[in-house]
Design a protein around this ligand. Structure first.
Ligand code: FES
Length: 545
């Protein structure tokens, strides 16, 4: 254990942690401002915003000797006996000088800058800068450069921290960005003909501490202080990145990575970042409907649960298809309900979309080919109820030789997921109930079509491909006319009150071996279920996309 003194406060740092002075200070609750340093990138030590006083304590005498000059905290390791001073006059003067220098060339265009409200230059200037500008005010400049399909560069706002350049070299390995020119003429640029066009490119916007790199998807759509952010889980692939879903008045405007060293570190891919427009698509199903002859009629939610329950009981043998887009709580409730109606109910895993192969970057981030968030979680639920996992193809084979009174299919895919022949095979049952966000060949054949919720509208947990369970709360309310899947199952099971996903997970942790590790509060980084689940690869679903 290393003992480090920061502003007179002693903290203990476990030996296995190798921290610099910025990180050590953060553990003591002290902010050391920094621009160029980022925990996920190499140390550049170029901005000098993190200058502090440093020294060491003699272990024998306890005497402290300080280095005469200020040192960059990002480059200074916190070792046993280290002493750091982050609040002296000398340090404060150095910070003010760095701020003044950066603002010599930075346009003061905060009112029209997307970064305003979350800009480190703005925040640090108010906290550490001088009250007055001594230099002549320069004419406003706003050169804009298109550096790639997702990102635009406001050249004059750049403070040359080089985070974006290091990201493309160290994490994506694509090295599209570079610094050109010297001294105060240094700028970020791309080589002509080689734009910033990799599948993690959106991360450079998050990395940019000022408003130099703008996200074309988000640009000028929303002031950041109007948005609320909610901790969520990306449902775009089975990596299950931790995300922030940022919304204003039930409309999602931005998805950003949420730090989780166990899953995605500080990054998310572009597919996850920009993969939310379907949430607000005007093609979504917005009211439950019932087939009547060749047409359909809208059903009222208030009477639907009772009506459905009656029809399903009448129909006899039941099969349920559990989508890998359901949360584990929803899968559990649907399976519970199906087995309550029919103790022999057939349960199967919905189609698992697989596109191409996994894409792994030099920095370790992987975009999974499996484009659903919860195959492993739904498999664990199925294993609990049936002892094994049946795929949709397996269920369809069974249906060739047996009759099924009713089939309940949960879907929730954001793109085409089922073809006409498969839909026709499922529609052989007397009663077909389909829960989905969009119309499909299956919903066109269904007796009941129930509009389903999008990822941002659900509470619940997902188990990623490495068997890590993460929980998320809904970020927005579903559109009027849509009921969250879990809420409907809760109602069908005649449980009291409103759907309570955390309570369902605790019920599962107490009764299902596979989810025992999920007992208690789920930490932000999630919990590891490995060891309690079936070995992966034994139950893989079929690809349909
Ligand atoms: Fe330390 Fe930039 S953060 S020099």
């Amino acid at each position: 254990m290393a003992t480090v003194t920061i502003d007179g406060q002693q903290i203990e740092i476990p030996d296995e942690l190798r921290l610099n002075a910025v990180q050590a200070a953060a553990r003591a609750g002290i902010e050391v401002p920094h621009y160029c340093w980022h925990p996920g990138l190499s140390v550049a030590g170029s901005c000098r915003m993190c200058l502090i006083e440093a020294g060491s304590r003699d272990p024998q005498t306890g005497e402290i000797s300080m280095i005469p000059k200020l040192v960059p905290g990002c480059q200074t390791p916190a070792k046993d006996g280290s002493v750091f001073v982050t609040n002296s006059e000398k340090v404060q003067h150095a910070r003010a000088m760095v701020e003044e220098d950066l603002l010599l060339n930075h346009p003061i265009d905060c009112p029209i800058c997307d970064k305003a409200g979350e800009c480190l230059l703005q925040d640090y200037h108010f906290q550490y800068g001088q009250d007055e500008r001594r230099a002549d005010v320069r004419p406003f400049t706003s050169r804009r450069r298109d550096v790639g399909p997702t990102v635009t560069l406001f050249v004059d706002r750049c403070i040359n921290c080089s985070r974006c350049v290091r990201f493309t070299r160290e994490i994506t390995g694509t090295a599209e960005l570079m610094m050109v020119g010297r001294g105060s003429h240094t700028e970020i640029d791309v080589v002509p003909g080689f734009p910033l066009d990799n599948n993690l490119s959106g991360n450079v916007v998050d990395l940019c501490p000022v408003g130099a790199l703008g996200d074309k998807d988000f640009l000028y759509k929303q002031r950041v202080w109007f948005m609320n952010r909610h901790a969520g889980v990306c449902t775009g692939c089975s990596t299950g990145c931790s995300i922030w879903t940022e919304e204003n008045q039930d409309r999602v405007y931005r998805i950003k990575p949420r730090e989780n060293l166990e899953v995605n570190k500080w990054w998310i891919c572009n597919a996850g970042r920009y993969g939310y427009p379907h949430v607000h698509s005007d093609k979504r199903l917005l009211a439950p409907s019932r087939r009547k002859g060749d047409s359909t009629e809208t059903v009222d939610w208030s009477s639907l649960a009772t009506e459905l329950d009656g029809r399903l009981r009448e129909a006899g043998r039941l099969a349920a298809v559990l989508s890998p887009h359901l949360t584990v709580e929803e899968a559990y409730l649907l399976a519970t309900y199906a087995r309550q109606l029919d103790p022999e109910a057939r349960l199967a895993l919905g189609p698992v979309p697989v596109i191409g192969t996994d894409e792994t970057f030099p920095g370790g981030f992987t975009i999974a080919a499996e484009k659903c968030p919860n195959r492993r979680g739904v498999e664990a639920v199925l294993e609990h109820f049936t002892g094994s996992v049946t795929t949709l193809e397996g269920l369809l084979d069974e249906l060739e030789n047996s009759t099924m009174g009713s089939i309940w299919v949960s879907a929730g895919y954001k793109s085409d997921w089922i073809d006409e022949p498969t839909a026709a095979r499922l529609a052989k049952a007397d009663l077909l109930v389909v829960q989905d966000m969009f119309a499909s060949p299956l919903s066109e054949r269904a007796g009941y079509v129930l509009p389903g919720a999008a990822f941002a509208e659900r509470d619940g947990s997902y188990v990623n491909r490495h068997d890590r369970l993460q929980s998320a709360a809904r970020a927005i309310r579903p559109p009027g006319g849509v009921r969250v899947e879990g809420g409907l199952y809760w109602r069908l099971l005649e449980r009291d009150g409103l759907y309570d996903a955390p309570a369902v997970l605790q019920e599962m942790a107490a009764t299902i071996t596979q989810f025992a590790a999920a007992a208690g509060e789920i930490p932000e980084v999630g919990v590891d279920l490995k060891g309690n689940l079936l070995a992966d690869g034994t139950t893989a679903g079929e690809a349909t996309v």
